[in-house]
Ligand binder design. Structure first.
Ligand code: FAD
Length: 450
């Protein structure tokens, strides 16, 4: 089926999901892409992201330009740039409480995640700047906060009528397809699910409150933080929640954090640095909560407690029953925001973008859009929602609140090994192929042979 004019796609939200998708779709001459971003300019308040293997694979599928934008901006977490200077690093899980607590002498982690040489992290603001540089300026409009969508198909407009949308500044637009990448508080999600749907807004069922500080590594060591914890990525577990460190800026600075289960004041608050600033009410971090944790963990808590100005209630989404309706779909945090504990939110956003990019390679006419969005929904909803569940489970395992797993180090090891395989080792080429096969079935009634 052919169409003389390109299929127009409005991407709402220029975050990681929206921009990564745009950089790939703009390369397809049969599509006309425009990104609408609510903020007038990106702020440089940015969370550090550690992108796991599935994120890198998704970027490669989106195109070498996306992967390169990441490599240009990412820094080695704990070491220098040269091959020789890079050290092997892993996220190391330690018990900080109870009979299996790891002491300063026997610092053997109970489990390791993502061991690799030259592990990198990237600030969200840097990654966005890199992605934005790949999208032509006239394809992105800033200061456009979506307020309303409508997709009414009146009989005289026929099957090819456009999706209409309005912005808070009173302006409006239309496109053949709208893709909502507008983050955890997504307006597009409200349109797709209905404003009263129980899964419409983010939740914080376990009332997680996260406190974080960044200091010079030297200062952290002087304050009693174990030297080893400035060179690795430790997560120390105990019943109030976990304590962690991430070396930044080639090991010169240290991010130290405490995630407390039950410390958020209300369920619904759900923002984070780099998104909406430091919002979300929580109880004051009390070092007394940690008196039965190991001295190593308490040293980190004491450091964080000195400055808790960066504190926020994290949140995620209960499962949406659907990611699309007609010619409107949602992706990234808009569709499946997850708690940060599995470190896979951006990776899932990039997987969404990789699948949509693959499917829209075949969308040559507006009448094929619904088949593409249906295939996207069928393939991406189960996996991305499984990651939302997994991130909740990570938080509870970290807080000794997932049954009795914490009583047996073997069970903890097995949990992290399985979880790591599910997120990082996924076959994303097959995911794209499965989606395409579903789309072909829907368009042609049978799978295509090529
Ligand atoms: P966002 O990045 O939130 O982007 C949404 C965009 O839409 C924003 O630019 C926003 O301004 C815009 N927007 C919002 N509303 C509107 C509107 N009405 N109209 C137009 N535009 C709008 N993930 C990992 O993979 N690894 C990690 O290590 C990791 N660490 C994290 C640490 C923290 C502290 C947090 C909070 C998250 C972390 N994540 C991590 C998750 C990751 O940051 C998110 O999953 C990812 O940013 C989602 O990208 P997105 O584009 O879907 O949403």
């Amino acid at each position: 089926m052919g169409s003389t004019s390109p299929v127009s796609i409005a991407i709402i939200g220029g975050g990681i999901a929206g921009l990564a998708l745009a950089t790939a779709l703009i390369k397809k001459p049969h599509l006309d892409i425009h990104v609408y971003e609510s903020v007038p300019a990106y702020s440089d308040v940015g969370a550090g992201l550690a992108l796991h293997r599935n994120a890198l694979k998704a970027m490669a599928l989106l195109g070498p330009q996306v992967h390169q934008a990441y490599l240009d901006k990412a820094i080695n977490i704990g070491s220098g740039d040269s091959e020789e200077a890079q050290v092997e690093m892993a996220t190391e899980i330690f018990f900080a409480h109870g009979p299996h607590a790891n002491t300063a002498k026997d610092q053997q982690p109970v489990a390791e995640l993502g061991k690799a040489k030259g592990r990198k992290s990237v600030s969200r603001a840097d990654l966005l700047a890199g992605l934005l540089s790949l999208v032509p300026k006239d394809r992105v409009s800033f200061g456009k906060k979506l307020s309303k969508i409508s997709e009414e198909r009146s009989p005289d407009e026929g099957k090819d009528s456009k999706v209409k949308f309005e912005f808070a500044d009173g302006s409006s637009g239309e496109a053949d397809c709208v893709l909502g990448a507008d983050g955890i508080h997504s307006v597009v999600r409200g349109y797709l699910l209905g404003e009263d749907h129980p899964a419409r807004h983010p939740v914080n069922h376990d009332k997680w409150q996260v406190y974080r500080t960044v200091v010079a590594t030297e200062e952290a060591v002087k304050a009693g933080v174990e030297e080893r914890f400035t060179r690795t990525v430790p997560i120390l577990l105990g019943p109030r929640g976990h304590v962690n460190c991430i070396p930044l800026n080639k090991g010169t600075r240290l991010s130290a954090g405490v995630a407390v289960r039950g410390a958020a004041v209300e369920e619904g608050a759900a923002d984070g640095p780099g998104k909406d600033g430091n919002k979300g009410k929580g109880r004051k971090l009390d070092v007394g909560w940690y008196k039965d944790y190991t001295p190593e963990a308490r040293a980190i808590v004491n450091l964080v407690a000195k400055d808790t100005s960066a504190s926020w209630a994290v949140g995620d989404h209960d499962h949406a029953p659907v990611y699309f309706k007609g010619r409107v779909a949602m992706l990234g945090d808009a569709a499946h925001s997850s708690l940060p504990f599995a470190g896979n939110g951006a990776a899932q956003a990039l997987e969404d973008a990789a699948v949509l990019n693959h499917l829209f390679g075949r969308v040559k006419h507006p009448s094929q859009i619904e088949a593409a969005l249906g295939a996207y929904d069928a393939v991406r909803r189960p996996r991305s929602q499984a990651v939302v569940d997994l991130a909740r489970k990570f938080g509870r395992v970290y807080a000794f609140a997932e049954g009795n797993i914490h009583e047996d180090p073997e069970k903890v090891r097995a949990f992290f090994a399985l979880a790591g395989r599910f997120t990082n080792e996924a076959d994303l080429i097959k995911q794209n192929e499965d989606a395409m096969s579903k789309m072909e079935k829907s368009v042609n009634g049978r799978p295509k042979n090529n």
